[in-house]
Design a protein around this ligand. Sequence first.
Ligand code: F6R
Length: 610
Amino acid sequence: MCGIVGYTGPQSAATPLIEGLRRLEYRGYDSAGIALGTSNKLFVEKRAGKLANLESALGQVPEVHSGIGHTRWATHGGPTDRNAHPHLDNEQKLAVIHNGIIENYSELKAELQSAGHTFHSETDTESVAHLLSDLRKKHGGDLTAAMREAVKRLRGSFTLLAVHADTPDLIVGVRRNSPLVVGLGDGENFMASDVAAFIEYTKRAVELGQDEIVTITPNSISITDLSGKEITPREYQITWDAAAAQKGGFTHFMLKEIFEQPKAVADTLIGRLIKEVIALDELKLSEAELKGLQKIVVIACGTAFHAGLVAKYAIEKWAKIPVEVELASEFRYRDPLIDKNTLVIAISQSGETMDTLMALRHAKEHGAKVLAVCNTNSSTIPRESDAVIYTHAGPEIAVASTKALLTQIVATYLIGLYLGQVRGELASAEVKDIYNQMLELPAKLEQILETVEPLRELTRKFADQNTVLFLGRHVGFPIALEGALKLKELAYIHAEGFAGGELKHGPIALIEAGTPVIAIVPNTHEHGLDEKMLSNIQEVKARGANVIAIASEGIEILGATHVIRIPSTSQLLQPVLAAVPLQVFAYEMAVARGTDVDQPRNLAKSVTVE
Ligand code: F6R
């Protein structure tokens, strides 16, 4: 939530700042602003609404070489010009931008107001600008020392960047429970919430730990902890290229990311079976610990939670360990029955979701081991976990998650296979067979995407509907939930996902003439699953529903008005294929209804507040 960027170097700073903000706009788009460090005074412009509003307000920008920029997802104070960042001190010489929440801001504000500071916004952030201003004077103009002392006074989660007109080419940053990375250029340096902001200029990045203060000038970087002790920068190479963070000819990032799914799944799977054993990225857990596991708890939010629900079926089947799947935002308020024999799997695309991070810490406090499934290298969640498997989806820019879901499902399946193998529940030949079936998924995804046009055309016919229901059984149930989530967030349509068997216990009352119902038909006859789902189709059809069935090739479907075919695979792997038509349906509905596909209202990509 909120995107932050800082630049110092030879370029006219407005250019990398605005470009960086464009790449970070997915993190929030309620307002945008920049502060440029000219000597003796700052140039500041900020506007409510999207970055485009700021750009048209900017006009002639001074040719200066450092500055900070912000794109906001509002928490404290509505999305107005006044509440937009940067926020300034009384002298208007010090500017601050912030991602997160300063929990003790009202106490600080009262203290600063009685010391003569005048506030101009309703934000929690402004108190930091005034506090830093006083502390900088106390430290003889040393902004880094001021930040170090300020941070000790702050509670909550934050990434902060500050610049002062008297030292215009120097930018100070800090992070606590919120992301910040440094980009190392040639005679120029960057800071940002995400490497996407500066990937066009450099692939060298430095990760920052909790409560580390970083100061950059065009030719230097210095990192210290809260006591002032120097910390050696931990440099890494960014593997994404700039093109990955651009639309590449697609009308929307979401559509591009839907079409990237075959590659994303292939990249996540490739090289994971080494000498007949599944390979994870970092596993600081011994075989004895894995054999002794008595329970798995998956924690995640939103789409990642749906990936976790799918994972439960596979892990229980292959590794024979009970799996619970919990919303991270609820898990942390419970006294969970977990201990050192519990493995907690934290699934997160961004690796920064605050609810998941807090649930992870809660699990660790209770003695559990944590394995992260994550798409973002060196982000907080994998850093704080005992083990990690990275999904190789590449940058996901559209706010609505697509390729992250598919790669999360296959990554959790690899974990299931690995645990099944280590615990002696699966023979190497079985693992190899399932892994090989998984390797066929990218080609099957290509097939779905090559034949997606009729589905797009069909979807447009439903554009004026206000309710859409999704039905599934077994692994199709979480996919029904995901289909409904995608439609809600993108097309602002009331949508719900149900387990087929639950229909008769209440939801069937929602069906009236013409209600669209999307039914995911299972791939298996085991437990009579397919027949039961076909009965559900008949039940809703009898009450007037307009049924679209998502079904594997070769299965006869009676009662559906439309049938969307997907290639055949095993039942457990079907979600990877069945999710795609639902993503396309939601995408096309959004386009037809004229909503903002990549940046739906009220949402942000990386949810770094609780
Ligand atoms: C929905 C969506 C969200 C995220 C959720 C978790 O399309 O994108 O529901 O899945 O906010 O985000 P991560 O995976 O970054 O923890």
